[in-house]
Design a protein around this ligand. Structure first.
Ligand code: SF4
Ligand code: SF4
Length: 135
């Protein structure tokens, strides 16, 4: 049986079985960002959110920006057209923490998809509210 906890060690066939019918993780990129701690960094996040991205804090406490953008190598059949030459990021991505098999709460530290929801969080978080301050 395919082992979702050890995707790197699985054969391509086993991984394909686990991922059958799913291509969620080929539809975006994520980039670490510095945690907001002053007005400038909060305003920067607001600006990003206004451009249709998401901001989240992973279970490791890292702040990330997620940019929804389908990979150019994802075929219309939902399979990778460049599997044998896919980037290391794809090779190292395991099913253990992926959207399909991962934890029910993938963003324990927070997830924001709009300027409004993020500023609501800033305003109810004393440290951030103070950091935001006035212009
Ligand atoms: S989200 Fe998980 S199951 Fe879906 S394609 Fe990615 S690794 Fe496979
Ligand atoms: S290269 Fe292949 S596995 Fe990697 S994101 Fe693109 S379609 Fe998915």
């Amino acid at each position: 049986m395919p082992d979702k906890n050890n995707a790197k060690m699985n054969s391509s066939e086993k991984n394909a079985n686990l991922c059958e019918g799913c291509s969620l993780c080929c539809g975006y990129i994520t980039i670490p960002i510095r945690p907001p701690n002053d007005r400038r960094s909060i305003e920067e996040i607001r600006w990003w959110l206004l451009h249709g991205v998401y901001i989240f804090v992973g279970d490791n406490g890292k702040w990330m920006i997620e940019v929804p953008n389908r990979c150019q190598k994802l075929g219309t059949d939902g399979r990778c057209k460049e599997y044998s030459n896919r980037p290391d990021v794809c090779i190292n991505h395991t099913q253990i923490d992926c959207e399909k098999y991962g934890p029910d709460t993938p963003y324990p530290g927070g997830f924001w998809n709009s300027d409004e929801s993020f500023m609501e969080y800033v305003n109810k978080t004393p440290k951030l509210r103070a950091a935001y301050g006035k212009k």
